[in-house]
Design a protein around this ligand. Structure first.
Ligand SMILES: Cc1cc2nc3c(=O)[nH]c(=O)nc-3n(C[C@H](O)[C@H](O)[C@H](O)COP(=O)(O)O)c2cc1C
Length: 508
């Protein structure tokens, strides 16, 4: 599961939280430089062109994450002991060594190959690691990827340079997968150079989930599988799925066990994404974390909200700290409200988590992944693009969407791919333009584009030199709203036993 040794210190003792929880001041023991880093002033006037290539390491950069250093027996068991300002050591996630322990959260309708590529480019090009600027499959050689058996594809050893982040696809339901639903198969499409290919699966029936994982692994369609136990939407929870499922501990264990067993022969790691529980009176994250660990999952990601919270308030980092303290060396990823690199540093320092999962913080700001890589490597660079630079990223996003839809939908119809790209892109426009003064008319024109020409015409009317607006361009975006009662199957809360399942939940 993980090669990492438990880190000494109070943060890993059950019931004993890292000292840097809100209100405390002692730094997290895992984060040797964290206090200094978070106190470092953000460089003023740090705006730079959001071009990943601009962020290559200076030649003289000493890289404590250098795979060669990881083979050094003095540092084998404690990469953090290497000198250097890194905030997090590399994370062993199943067979993968994540040199940048950052995950793009799965987001339905958003994390398609186009968006993943943008985020990936920013994260990987700023990696402190040596080698290529991409997560490319290390063992592919001259064979087409699809023809290789999955185990050959999977092993990212330190010697292979490690993996810089994981970028999870949009969720698919297990049942749709095993029924080979065309739209679901399209949703799990990956770019040829994407690696590891990460797929999120949702289901409530252990047998169906296991079959879906078997299909993904044995047909060589995924290199990493994430199980969704975090969805709070009523149509999911009223069937006993998503964030309310871990409450039924036996059912949850059966699903994780089945998925791990089905994925195991292919060497594909399974991670589990959870919320705190149904509501504050029905928390399940500690039992879910233990079950995930004991059933062979590679990591657990905790979004610090309950299903009832939906997206209201702020994510509770204390729960993430509790989970990490409870699970010892088992990898825990912290999720929720990481809107900036500083938030990621705070998440790590306050919880002792092993990596971060970022969703809405990347909407309209894929360059946040460059900031995250820099911050976690102890560097101060932050992107603050001017309007022209943002427009250039928007145009590229459109082109990537066209390529994606062209490859998966409209092979014979390039105009159709462009139209589809424009339609998909519209929701991103307010996120990209948040904080920039462009005027209502231009905002509307860009949000209604139906062709690349229309985009270019609308963009041409804007002042490209308009500077980054500072805090107004950052902060919350995407889903929000208020807490709400959770829709549940009848009798769901009466017992945590799987035997007491409502029949409707068994269908999943
Ligand atoms: C538009 C959108 C779609 C989402 N879709 C999924 C999904 O398919 N699967 C999932 O596990 N979580 C999904 N989430 C939740 C995110 O993965 C993440 O856990 C949540 O947004 C909290 O992280 P954040 O504060 O970094 O956004 C979605 C969130 C948003 C905003």
């Amino acid at each position: 599961m993980t090669d990492r040794e438990p880190t000494a210190g109070p943060g890993n003792l059950p019931g004993d939280l890292p000292g840097d929880l809100p209100g405390n001041t002692a730094p997290c023991p895992r984060n040797r430089e964290g206090a200094q880093l978070s106190a470092a002033p953000r460089p003023t006037g740090s705006r730079s062109v959001p071009d990943p290539a601009a962020f290559r390491e200076p030649a003289a950069f000493h890289d404590p994450y250098d795979p060669a250093a990881l083979h050094d027996p003095r540092t084998q068991h404690d990469p953090a002991a290497l000198h250097g300002p890194h905030v997090l050591p590399p994370l062993q996630l199943g067979p993968y060594l994540l040199t940048v322990p950052v995950v793009l959260a799965p987001m339905a309708g958003v994390t398609n190959p186009a968006f993943r590529r943008l985020c990936r480019e920013y994260l990987t090009s700023t990696s402190p690691s040596t080698g290529s600027a991409d997560n490319s499959p290390p063992h592919v050689g001259s064979f087409p990827r699809e023809q290789q058996p999955s185990p050959l594809r999977g092993k990212n050893t330190p010697g292979a340079g490690g993996i810089r982040g994981i970028f999870v696809s949009e969720m698919v339901t297990a049942r749709a997968l095993i029924e080979r639903n065309a739209e679901s198969l399209r949703l799990i499409a990956h770019d040829p150079d994407e690696y590891p290919r990460s797929v999120q699966v949702y289901g409530t029936d252990p047998r169906v989930v296991s079959e879906a994982v078997h299909l993904l692994v044995h047909e060589g369609l995924a290199d990493h599988i994430d199980l969704n136990f975090g969805c709070p939407v009523p149509k999911v929870t009223r069937r006993g799925g998503g964030a309310v499922l871990p409450w039924k501990t036996g059912l949850f264990a059966a699903i994780v066990r089945g998925a791990v067993r089905a994925a195991g022969p292919g060497g594909v790691p399974v991670t589990v994404k959870i919320r705190k529980g149904i509501d504050e009176d029905h928390l399940s994250y500690l039992s879910a974390g233990r079950i995930a660990r004991d059933e062979g999952a590679a990591a657990v990601a905790l979004h610090g909200r309950t299903a009832a919270d939906h997206y209201s308030g702020t994510a509770d980092r204390t729960s993430i700290a509790h989970l990490k303290a409870d699970l010892g060396s088992f990898p825990v990823l912290g999720n929720g409200d990481i809107w900036s690199a500083q938030d990621a540093l705070d998440m790590v320092r306050q919880t002792g988590c092993d990596g971060v999962v970022v969703g809405r913080g990347g909407l309209g700001r894929p360059w946040i992944f460059a900031d995250l890589a820099a911050a976690l490597a102890g560097r101060d660079q932050r992107y603050e693009p001017n309007l022209g630079e943002v427009l250039a990223v928007m145009r590229r996003h459109l082109e990537l969407l066209r390529d994606h839809f062209g490859a998966t939908l409209d092979r014979a119809d390039p105009a159709g791919a462009q139209t589809r790209a424009c339609r998909d892109f519209r929701k991103h426009v307010p996120w990209y333009l948040k904080g920039y003064e462009v005027g209502r008319e231009a905002r509307c024109a860009l949000a209604l584009v139906d062709s690349f020409d229309a985009f270019d015409a609308a963009a041409a009317r804007l002042d490209r030199d308009r500077p980054h607006p500072g805090a107004a361009a950052c902060g919350p975006r995407g889903r929000g709203g208020s807490a709400r009662p959770v829709s549940l199957p009848d009798g769901w809360l009466l017992s945590q036993d799987v035997e007491d399942l409502c029949p409707v939940a068994r269908r999943g």
